[in-house]
Design a protein around this ligand. Sequence first.
Ligand code: ADP
Length: 324
Amino acid sequence: WGCTQAPQVVAVARPIMGTIVEISVAAQDEDAAFHAIKAAFSEMERIEREMSFFREESELSRLNRLAGRGPVQVSQELVALLRTSLRISRLTQGAFDVTVAPLLRLWPIYRAEKILPTDDRIREALSHVGYRKLMVSEHDHTVAFADPGMAVDLGGIAKGYAIDRAVSVLKGLGVKAALVNAGGDLYAYGRKPNGDPWTIGIRHPRQKDGVLAAAKVQDMAIVTSGDYERFFIKDGKRYSHIIDPRSGFTAQKTASVTVTAPQAVVADGLATGVLVLGAEKGLSVVESIPGVEAAVITEGPSGGLEMRVSANFLKNLEIDPASI
Ligand code: ADP
């Protein structure tokens, strides 16, 4: 006699990439569900180890040490991720740029000494930034920097990539429905055992732990970048952790950007890029990419918030416009 268990949701959380990642799966068999979740976490941890800017032994750190001197052989995986980064840089007219690292380290949020950089230092760092100077050869799996002062930081895209990889591991192990939620950046596919789509809360940029709207997510990624995540305030001015690679200054225009896309890696990169571009330019970029939607929240001079959305954002997430 086969004993059929009622399907249920099995969820496990772990700290990865500076956030809490929760993986929920619709499970027929509890053991198989735990096994799949464990494998997905291992994959995310592997990506964290290889793609970390701060770990000396990561593949990325090796690239940063060597690529200024000439082409460096790297994994197929890093080549592919860098090519995706370059594609997002082109789409966002350079607002998303993984070569932004020399600028990041100038700003208080990224350093122990809480002082603002001088214009000279920004100008100097800017001369070592630019995705066009990152040479990635798909053919022979090499990467080179056109300028020895360059460095690559995948902080704007690695989490999204890790989410996609976790999803791929879960699907490969036969999981029919799952939600991989890395601190509000997530991918969901399939439906819950009761037949409902996964429901998530879109974060509110000005209320701690506040939810802007409830959204139904099916077979897509949703990623939010906001100026409220990590920031530094001096003389009443907010300095975000996202830097405009073209001016060298912290992104100023936007409180938060939520992007939906078929892949979390794309949503993650675009959320950062659109945050830099601001509502008008950012939404026009989003409207030009099939399958991608976004909501951009801007803080007005008096502190009021204004939300603008691309054509199908609310519809795709089944958000009632009257609820926001
Ligand atoms: P998180 O959700 O972890 O805050 P985001 O997706 O918002 O991450 O990306 C922020 C990270 O991206 C920064 O910590 C930094 O490493 C990197 N970054 C900052 N500005 C840019 C930019 N203009 N282009 C690409 N990466 C950036």
